[in-house]
Write a protein that binds this ligand. Structure first.
Ligand SMILES: [Zn+2]
Length: 97
């Protein structure tokens, strides 16, 4: 008897990504920024005391720049005039929640 494997794949498109979320490791506050209005990642928690908390990001550093590029890429591929002109379908395969 042959075994059968059923695989459920969960995929999303760039346009399915609505927001990018940052969580403060200290106070656990979550800041969700819609991709539509994203102009750059927060560099620190706006609720924790700036004198005692560690800054999250430094503008111009690699991780800051990569976050900007990530959001820009998601926004670009979510655009119907970009996505519709692709010669292929583009989806992201995500882990099952
Ligand atoms: Zn905080």
């Amino acid at each position: 008897m042959r075994g059968m494997t059923t695989e459920t794949r969960i995929t999303i498109e760039a346009k399915d990504v609505l927001a990018i979320e940052f969580t403060c490791p200290n106070c656990k506050t979550q800041v969700s920024i819609p991709l539509k209005s994203f102009s750059g990642p927060p560099i620190r928690c706006s609720f924790c005391n700036p004198e005692v908390q560690k800054q999250w990001l430094t503008p111009g550093a690699a991780d800051y720049t990569q976050l900007v590029q990530l959001v820009n890429a998601l926004r670009a591929f979510a655009e119907p005039n970009v996505n519709g002109n692709l010669q292929f379908g583009l989806r992201l395969h995500i882990r099952q929640p």
